[in-house]
Design a protein. Structure first.
Length: 615
């Protein structure tokens, strides 16, 4: 029997496998949209008959590239990815029979009563059939999985036998949608990795589009059925996070929080809802760039120009879901009175550090445009005012197309910045061509910290410097850099190692200390916009004692009162998140703000900012 603490590292199989020793053409996997519950529910008992088998999976187009995987099916049904959906009301007894047609022992996880602190997997030998009987337990969003064989996760991934397990409250709504992430992957050669990344069994652009109408409330359960963490980001709207769960437990949040990006750890779940307040095309996607670009997120990328394409079905791939919101007959665009006008230039300058190119966003100051080769990394901090209509004219001085996404901003779809997708119907926003410009129309409904970044040729342009922070202030207030500080984490090129992870452009020790006095409040605004990797932030005294701060906001939205209590000055920020905290030094002396890389605790980001506090 496998130790329960090892189950996450054993969700894999060694290929090739055979069906009881007899090789034959495997059946085709079907994509599971999680809208039909598996099994037969009669008089409070769900009877579920499953079989594990080898199958052929086309994660992209049905006639596209394929891989052989292990998948679960209902008896007399097709193999499906994600695994068959288990969805029952509270109080249901489940009688699950699993037949193993693989040549390796199958380890079944999560067919237990919830909640559980830990649970042993059930081992099913090749050719064996086992029946598991248990009560469903408490309402929540959970995971169940099967893992045939053992594999080195430093080499490959095999999370294709993972599915949703939902227990509904008595009389609760069941019209929500369930989305499950599954991954298969292995090296192509010594330098490249081959991925199959899917949400509900298909990768963008071959997966389902979610259709809604203005005013609709969308209720989702999102499940990470993989060993990787995924920061999931919603364009155009905030969602309300209602609960977090995983394999064995689920916890409703006493104070639901607003977010535009939420990190889903390995084999974890979340329940959320949001209102489709504006029409247009929107996205929900993983914010790890390597999971959404064609060169890394497709099984076999053959189009060398895909990353530069004006077609959103080509320049994006992988863990992306499209949302199309139709207007109601009564919909009218809000009137924008006397918009402020800003000019933002996308430029390339001389190479400065590790990245092969030096790109940057530079905002125009005064009447003259910045020099053609002027570059700021990160881009100029854009200081805007809540409620003030603002037109930002983006001028592209590059030799290639680009696009700018206004991350976390509630805005019109046309301005959202996804070339070939933003907009509606046949009116889709184009990429910003070389020597051309695009007007992004913004009206900021809330004050806070936001991000702007490229959404084209993401890996190269992002790691070359095309990102920056947005600070939105309340009307009548101004941004005071003496007490309001922005820290933007990004990558300088794609080479591994600490030197390629930078904060505020890699200035590090060159930034002067912040001089202040006891009792003066400082707002710290953190942004993580690298293509991958969490960043931890911590404020310490000279003796390495961690001090206190007060959390203020996440993703630009003020935290509920219950989450704004003073606590230890430490926070891990996922890719695509922003976080604000207030630091008030209580005693004179020297303090330091540290950026912590992965694994957290190692300062390979090589960044600290000192505070000199006087009486």
């Amino acid at each position: 029997m496998l130790p329960p603490t090892r189950w996450l590292t054993l969700l894999a199989l060694l290929l090739p496998v055979t069906l009881n020793g007899a090789r034959r053409e495997p059946p085709q996997v079907e994509a599971n949209n999680n809208r039909t519950a598996a099994g037969v529910l009669t008089n409070g008992v769900l009877t579920l008959d499953l079989v594990a088998k080898v199958a052929r999976w086309n994660p992209e187009a049905k006639d596209g590239p394929a891989v052989e995987v292990a998948a679960l099916a209902e008896e007399n049904g097709p193999p499906v990815i994600p695994s068959p959906t288990i969805r029952v009301p509270v109080g249901t007894e489940i009688v699950a029979t699993i037949r193993n047609t693989l040549d390796s022992t199958l380890y079944v996880h999560g067919l237990v009563t919830r909640p559980q602190a830990k649970a042993e997997p059930v081992a099913i030998a090749p050719g064996e059939k086992r029946t598991i009987r248990f009560l469903a337990g408490e309402a929540g969003t959970y995971v169940y999985a099967a893992s045939p064989g053992v594999v080195d996760y430093d080499v490959r991934e095999r999370e294709t036998m993972v599915g949703a397990f939902v227990v509904d409250e008595p009389g609760g709504r069941t019209d929500d949608r369930i989305f499950v992430i599954n991954i298969w992957g292995e090296p192509k050669d010594s330098t490249a990795y081959r991925n199959a990344l899917a949400i509900n069994g298909r990768a963008w652009p071959h997966n389902e589009r979610i259709e809604a109408e203005v005013g609709d409330t969308l209720r989702w359960r999102v499940i990470n059925g993989s060993i990787r963490d995924h920061p999931m980001h919603l364009h155009g709207f905030y969602f309300e996070l209602l609960s977090r769960g995983g394999l064995l437990a689920d916890t409703a949040l006493a104070a639901p929080a607003l977010a535009v990006t939420e990190q889903l750890q390995a084999f974890s779940t979340m329940r959320l809802r949001f209102v489709a307040e504006r029409p247009g095309n929107w996205l929900f996607h993983c914010h790890l760039a390597f999971h959404v670009v064609p060169e890394d997120a497709r099984l076999d990328e053959t189009d060398a120009h895909a990353a530069h394409s004006a077609d959103a079905g080509k320049h994006m791939a992988g863990l992306v879901v499209g949302i199309a919101v139709a207007p109601t007959p009564a919909w009218r665009d809000a009137e924008r009175l006397r918009p402020r006008r800003m000019h933002l230039y996308v430029s390339e300058g001389a190479r400065r550090r590790l990245a092969p190119r030096s790109l940057g966003f530079v905002v125009q100051q005064g009447d003259r445009a910045p020099a053609a080769d002027s570059v700021e990394v990160p881009g100029s901090v854009l200081v805007l005012t809540r409620g003030q209509a603002t037109d930002i004219v983006v001028h592209n001085r590059l030799r290639e197309a680009t696009a700018v996404h206004w991350h976390g901003i509630e805005l019109e779809s046309w301005s959202d910045g996804v070339a070939g997708w933003s907009g509606q119907g046949r009116r889709l926003a184009p990429p910003i061509a070389p020597a051309d410009s695009f007007v992004a129309r913004l009206t900021l409904p809330r004050a806070g910290t936001f991000i702007y970044h490229t959404h084209m040729n993401d890996i190269e342009q992002l790691t070359s410097g095309l990102y920056g922070a947005i600070v939105v202030t309340e009307p009548g207030q101004s941004f005071d850099p003496r007490t309001d500080h922005v820290f933007v984490a990004g990558w300088d090129g794609t080479e591994d190692g600490g030197e390629g992870r930078i904060v505020n452009g890699g200035k590090g020790e060159a930034e002067p200390p912040i001089e202040t006095h006891v009792g003066v409040a400082h707002r710290l605004r953190f942004v993580n916009i690298g293509p991958a990797d969490n960043v931890g932030w911590e404020v310490q005294r000279e003796d390495s004692t961690v001090v206190l701060w007060t959390p203020l906001a996440k993703d630009g939205a003020d935290l509920p009162a219950a989450r704004r209590s003073e606590g230890r000055a430490f926070r891990v920020i996922a890719v695509g998140e922003t976080f604000d905290a207030e630091f008030v030094p209580r005693e004179p002396g020297e303090y330091r703000l540290l950026a912590l890389g992965q694994p957290l605790g190692q300062r390979f980001l090589n960044y600290q900012r000192r505070f000199i506090v006087r009486p």
